[in-house]
Design a protein around this ligand. Structure first.
Ligand SMILES: NC(=O)c1ccc[n+]([C@@H]2O[C@H](COP(=O)([O-])OP(=O)(O)OC[C@H]3O[C@@H](n4cnc5c(N)ncnc54)[C@H](O)[C@@H]3O)[C@@H](O)[C@H]2O)c1
Length: 280
């Protein structure tokens, strides 16, 4: 596939912030027409306005990915105006941090509804269109948390493991329809989600947002724009699994080669997290 995306149409959920906004920017810079779909419609408009005039059309559309009927309607609107969808970036996501004994049922539901059901709603709305086109590429955003053992974010990790699994199944099934499927596993990227984002939260009463952010800094967050450039290159290569920054692959290999070592490291991480929360 050529690296120019002119005449291509992309639909990006969670496109108003962080990774989604950076992906939208890179898509526009490569010539694609882009639909920025987000619950934060004001911010989606701001991103669309910033990107308009740089290439093909950029649209902002209000969408709560938890609502399957609303997802169908948004995709119908995009089809009506643009005539096709070549890329679906199922990117909207939230995190609720904290240990399982701090979770309410609502904490589980909120994360499952956005990170897992939201992805499923996107697939249900767009896959039939791509099957009819006999072309298209669905990129589901999971996380390194979908490939490894993590602590202090079990609901998030559960959804991201599910997104990795469903994407790999779908990649194989979709081949006969000419549809590509990739799963994106970011390491740590500097975006608002690191301190809860607009719709997530941190259940760690002993820590301020600044202290929480400092704990992420140790993992060297990557700038979202640089991240998006690397991701788009990998999407155009049709990589099944996209892990950026690349050094996170080492953790994934370790998880597979020695699950016991991964558990030991996770225990250590948890001890450090608990110490940060209650230093005495
Ligand atoms: N930043 C990281 O380090 C990191 C690491 C791994 C995976 N991810 C994943 O990347 C994706 C993007 O996250 P980000 O880092 O850009 O965070 P972000 O908070 O900057 O962006 C998330 C976007 O999703 C939107 N959103 C949330 N709930 C929604 C809903 N119900 N319907 C529609 N839009 C909704 C938000 O409004 C926001 O614009 C998420 O799936 C996240 O889990 C991020």
């Amino acid at each position: 596939m050529s690296s120019s995306l002119s005449e291509r149409v992309a639909f990006v959920t969670g496109g108003a912030s962080g990774i989604g906004a950076a992906l939208a920017t890179e898509l526009v810079d490569r010539g694609a027409e882009v639909w920025i779909a987000d619950r934060q419609i004001g911010r989606a408009h701001e991103v669309a306005q910033r990107l308009s005039g740089r290439g093909a059309a950029v649209h902002a559309i209000e969408l709560d990915v938890r609502d399957a009927a609303a997802f169908e309607r948004a995709v119908t609107d995009a089809m009506h105006e643009s005539g096709r969808i070549d890329y679906l970036f199922n990117n909207a996501g939230i995190g609720v941090s904290g240990e399982i004994d701090s979770y309410t049922l609502a904490d589980w539901d909120d994360v499952f509804d956005v990170n897992l059901r939201g992805v499923v709603h996107g697939i249900q709305a767009v896959y039939p269109i791509m099957i009819r086109q006999h072309s298209g590429h669905i990129v589901n955003t999971a996380s390194m948390a979908g490939l490894t053992t993590t602590v202090g974010q079990a609901s998030y990790t559960a959804t991201k493991h599910a997104v990795v699994a469903l994407s790999r199944s779908m990649r194989v099934e979709a081949e006969r329809h000419g549809v590509r499927v990739s799963v994106l596993c970011p390491g740590v990227i500097r975006t608002p989600i690191l301190i809860g984002g607009e719709y997530g939260r941190i259940n760690a009463p002993g820590l301020t947002r600044e202290e929480f952010l400092k704990s992420w800094e140790r993992l060297h967050p990557m700038d979202a724009d640089e991240f998006a450039k690397r991701v788009l290159k990998a999407v155009l290569r049709n990589n099944a699994m996209i892990i950026v920054p690349g050094w996170w692959k080492a953790w994934w290999y370790m998880e597979r080669v020695s699950p016991a070592l991964s558990l030991r490291l996770s225990r250590r991480l948890l001890r450090e997290l608990r110490k940060m929360e209650s230093p005495t």
